[in-house]
Ligand binder design. Structure first.
Ligand code: GRF
Length: 187
């Protein structure tokens, strides 16, 4: 099997990145990570790029320059899939159009519910009985593109934000790689 070339965009702790890296070691996993791009120079996730010897770029410029550089690197590595994993910057319509159908994101709610930031606090405040995470294609609207898969968890009275985040993230680690397998199974 010829694995697709992927690039992961991060801004923070990179725990989703770590779980995808682990899955890429599986012979049958459909992607290889050829590049990691961080828009934050102190992102903890960069440590995983180093640990697993994956090429990485830190591009901590303003939006337009960030995107110009990112496009250059992504194209030079012939990247076929971009995975946003805790990437905390909104990409321009131009960038998204450029890679239409090739950008995935993970969001910590059951979309279309709770788009945007501060998800866990809002979920608790609205006394949801369930929440979860969603892997979706990125389109020009925030947290909006075609959904690949969702994973659900139930919430009880013992949940605070920290516990909610921890429980949702356990599902995220499974969801992202499952979504990647699903996309290439059905293509
Ligand atoms: C995840 O909860 C993801 O849903 C959101 O940002 C968080 C990233 O965490 N988009 P990490 O950087 O993968 O640890």
């Amino acid at each position: 099997m010829v694995k697709k070339k992927a690039c992961i965009f991060i801004s923070g702790s990179g725990t989703n990145l770590r779980s995808i890296i682990k899955n890429t070691r599986d012979y049958n996993f459909p992607i290889n990570i050829k590049l990691i791009i961080s828009n934050k120079k102190n992102a903890k996730g960069i440590g995983y790029a180093k640990k697993y010897s994956i090429p990485y770029k830190i591009i901590s410029n303003k939006k337009q320059e960030f995107e110009q550089s990112a496009i250059k690197y992504v194209n030079s590595k012939k990247i076929e899939l971009i995975c946003l994993a805790g990437f905390m910057r909104i990409l321009s319509k131009n960038f998204i159009r450029n890679y239409k159908g090739k950008i995935l994101n993970i969001h910590p709610s059951l979309l279309p519910k709770f788009k945007g930031l501060d998800t866990f606090r809002r979920v608790l405040k609205s006394k949801e009985k369930f929440t979860g995470c969603t892997v979706h294609f990125v389109d020009e609207k925030l947290d909006n593109g075609k959904i690949v898969l969702k994973k659900r968890i139930s919430i009880d009275k013992s949940f605070n934000e920290k516990k909610l985040k921890r429980n949702v993230q356990v599902e995220e680690y499974k969801a992202y790689s499952e979504a990647i397998r699903k996309i290439y199974r059905s293509s």
